[in-house]
Write a protein that binds this ligand. Structure first.
Ligand SMILES: [Zn+2]
Length: 143
């Protein structure tokens, strides 16, 4: 438990939340600052800042509940996909984001940009190779 932690308060039932699914070790709720309609968070009941610090049974419970909740999101909103990522940064209590994502919406564009950056990094690394640098030099010198 952690004093002043919103997710601990919700887990203990002392703060309101729209809990859409739960099991013994975790609960899923609507995010109060949604990126899309139906955006949910999956939260372990125990106060654990980082997802990789979860006990094995908690990790199992969180990801089982994430799958169940993603199925609910798919049935309710028919998104193209349910994007998942884990943080514990703004609220230092592990929470897995489940965001219904549609082609070209802000989150889809964000992840497309990240994937483009990954691909571009390899392409740019190639330009630093000695033969590529020599070829560019020769082209410029002769231009
Ligand atoms: Zn907490």
């Amino acid at each position: 438990m952690s004093d002043g932690c919103a997710f601990c308060d919700i887990g203990e039932g002392t703060a309101p939340a729209f809990i859409v699914a739960e099991n013994d070790l975790a609960f899923a709720l609507l995010d109060i600052q949604p990126l899309a309609r139906g955006h949910c968070l999956v939260v372990p009941r125990r106060h654990v800042p980082w997802w990789d610090e979860l006990a094995e049974d908690e990790a199992d419970a969180v990801f089982r509940l994430a799958r169940t909740t993603a199925e609910k999101i798919r049935r309710a909103f028919s998104p193209d996909c349910v994007t998942m990522y884990a943080r514990g940064r703004r609220v230092p209590h592990t929470h897995v984001f489940l965001v219904p994502t549609y082609s070209r919406d802000p989150l889809d564009r964000l992840f497309n940009a990240l994937e483009g950056f990954q691909e571009q990094a390899a392409e740019l690394a190639g330009l630093r190779q000695a033969d590529e640098m020599r070829a560019a030099f020769e082209r410029l010198k002769g231009a």
